[in-house]
Ligand binder design. Structure first.
Ligand code: URA
Length: 268
């Protein structure tokens, strides 16, 4: 089966059908299922739980400009492909990743927020959709809405290119793994990406941006910094995480509000 889902058809992996989505064309995609409820309630106090299947927990938030879905993707590119493939079949056209990340620039600290407008394709999943030289870039309107949304919420943000890896440890040049070994070709890669001006490591942007581009959909990304890799391999304690979370919740809400308004004007 390809193309749009039939009425009432339940998507196999995410456990959702188009009637459950109530026409939602916008989706916020955190990686962690535990982050879904908080995000959904930040969008609307009358948000409601929809389903929980595998990595994919979903809530629906009614907003002034329409319904927004919040659904976890789980970690890494392969999980993102399930989310985008099945949500696209249900009519979702705009995707915003709302995640956590490790910064690789001195000026970016734990608790800060980064809007990524592009990603280095160190993932494997996107190669099933586009050859390696194809760029992983975010949608301009979605990115603009995230930056403007942050300004409206008076939250300073960094902007930059992430490196999306399939491995949290050697892929991000971490040595605190079981074996402690990083392949020779990845040794020095953090410093190289830093010198190339990249801003942060994470594990989903490249797959999301590539899939959205090749499918004619829109995607953007806002991430909270929970590790500062120029100083340490460690992930920050929960209070830093909560600071980043409250920031990316506000930014995502403002960005969605702006996008919904702009889209309504375009439809007229
Ligand atoms: N997520 C990542 O992928 N890397 C980090 O360092 C922190 C969060």
């Amino acid at each position: 089966m390809s193309g749009y889902a039939a009425a009432g058809e339940v998507m196999y992996h995410i456990g959702l059908s188009n009637d459950m989505l109530c026409g939602a064309a916008y989706a916020l995609l955190p990686g962690d299922p535990d982050r879904v409820e908080g995000l959904a309630r930040a969008l609307s106090p009358s948000a409601k739980f929809l389903a929980s299947h595998r990595d994919f927990t979903s809530w629906l938030a009614p907003m002034k400009g329409g319904a927004a879905l919040v659904m976890s993707t789980g970690m890494g590119g392969p999980c993102v492909t399930f989310a985008v493939e099945e949500l696209a079949r249900l009519g979702v056209t705009t995707f915003i990743r709302v995640g956590t990340t490790g910064s690789i620039q001195e000026a970016i600290s734990p608790g800060d927020v980064i809007v990524n407008y592009g990603a280095v394709r160190m993932d494997g999943a996107s190669l099933a959709y586009a050859p390696a030289p194809y760029p992983a870039i975010a949608d301009l309107d979605v990115t603009r809405a995230l930056l403007d949304g942050a300004a409206r919420a008076s939250i300073p943000v960094h902007r930059g290119i992430s490196i999306s890896t399939d491995s949290f440890w050697p892929g991000q040049e971490r040595y605190d793994s079981f074996s402690g070994y990083v392949l020779r070709r990845l040794q020095g890669s953090l410093e190289e990406f830093r010198r190339l001006g990249c801003s942060n490591y994470e594990m989903e942007n490249a797959t999301l941006f590539t899939l959205a581009s090749v499918m004619g959909l829109r995607a953007g990304s806002v991430c909270g910094v929970v590790a500062k890799r120029t100083e340490s391999e460690a992930v920050a304690p929960p209070d830093v995480y909560r600071r980043a979370e409250s920031r990316f919740q506000s930014i995502a809400r403002e960005a969605l509000t702006l996008l919904m308004k702009q889209d309504q004007v375009k439809e007229k």
